[in-house]
Design a protein around this ligand. Structure first.
Ligand code: NAD
Length: 314
């Protein structure tokens, strides 16, 4: 099937993920329509794209002069129909709400040409069970990681009726964009990475809610141990180095009563109640007040890009 026929991309939702997804495809040379129901989200997305590209330029990862060209490839729209009518591929990155996604897919199936591949960036939801879907063969999950213009992994998840061609096309296209796609033939909520993150989250909030450790101590502990080891050894290969007999021994040890279910964390509930929503509100576990969003993102991106560069060279 190849990917040559894919030229126009529609990204729906210009939030945390959508603006960076639009940027990624525009950097890859595609013509992109970025649609959001909220004009403010579009403006904020456009401003973040411009500053993300400037960061790439400053690190010599983008040729000077290319920034304007890339920005020109992105059309900002509030009309879904306008963005959908000539789209070859849609990446949906709206709120994580099954009903909202269902309505959107219904509209996309109406507005998009019959060839269009429809991909969802859902983190957990089984969109394949949406009753209204018609184009089962062309519907797929592509789960990216924040910030998508930097993090290489994309989990490509097939539904029971997604065609092999659709999955292979997405794999090829993502590889051409410099990404690392992994195809999963069977839907499982959370795929690979979010299942692992969810297990970790239960313990993080158990430690915080019971005041066994502070947020800063947990971050220091992880950054100074797993954070250094995981990029080199992953989470499976490390058993080869620790000794698999030792792993068996740990499994036979008395239980340490890990948290076995999800329940809303008291710490998180308190922060949300106080309006401390993280970077976007200027404060979360840490204080970002007095800094512009663009500045905070730039600082994060420079560190991520330098680390990625080092890891790719090893
Ligand atoms: N934030 C992350 O770290 C992350 C990572 C991977 C996947 N995801 C998934 O990506 C999706 C988007 O997440 P996000 O964090 O970018 O959300 P977000 O809240 O930052 O952005 C969502 C945007 O979608 C817009 N929107 C809502 N309904 C719409 C519609 N019908 N048409 C057009 N625009 C619409 C909103 O106005 C908003 O700007 C979710 O499914 C989420 O689970 C998020």
């Amino acid at each position: 099937m190849g990917t040559d026929w894919i030229r126009r991309i529609l990204v729906v939702g210009a939030g945390t993920m959508g603006h960076s997804l639009a940027q990624t495809f525009a950097q890859g040379g595609y013509s992109v329509a970025l649609v959001d129901i909220n004009k403010e989200a579009l403006d904020k997305g456009a401003s973040l794209i411009a500053s993300n590209l400037r960061t790439l330029e400053d690190l010599h990862l983008l040729e000077r002069g290319k920034r304007k060209e890339i920005i020109k490839r992105i059309r900002l729209l509030t009309s879904l129909e306008e963005g959908a009518r000539d789209a070859d591929l849609v990446i949906e990155a709206i709120f994580e709400d099954l009903e909202a996604k269902g309505e959107l897919f219904q509209q996309l199936e109406t507005f998009c040409p019959s060839r269009t591949i429809l991909a969802s960036n859902t983190s957990y939801l089984n969109i394949f069970e949406l009753k209204t879907l018609k184009r089962h063969e062309q519907i797929i999950i592509t789960h990216w990681f924040v910030p998508p213009h930097i993090i290489p992994l994309v989990e490509v998840v097939k539904g029971p009726r997604t065609s092999r061609e659709t999955a292979e096309t997405m794999k090829e296209l993502l590889s051409q964009l410099g990404k690392k796609p992994i195809i999963m033939d069977t839907f499982i909520p959370g795929f690979i990475v979010n299942r692992l993150q969810r297990a970790l989250a239960r313990e993080i909030f158990h430690l915080l809610d019971n005041r066994y450790a502070t947020a800063a101590d947990i971050d220091t502990a992880v950054k100074a141990s797993l954070g250094i080891r995981i990029p080199i050894l992953g989470v499976v290969q490390r058993y080869d180095f620790a000794g698999i007999d030792l792993a068996l021994q740990f499994m036979k040890n008395p239980p340490i009563n890990l948290v076995s279910e999800d329940k809303p964390s008291e710490t998180i509930k308190r922060l949300v109640h106080q309006g401390h929503l993280g970077v976007k509100s200027g404060r979360g576990f840490y204080d970002y007040s007095g800094k512009k969003m663009e500045e905070i993102m730039r600082d994060r991106d420079i560190k991520l890009l330098k680390l990625k560069d080092f890891l790719e060279a090893t």
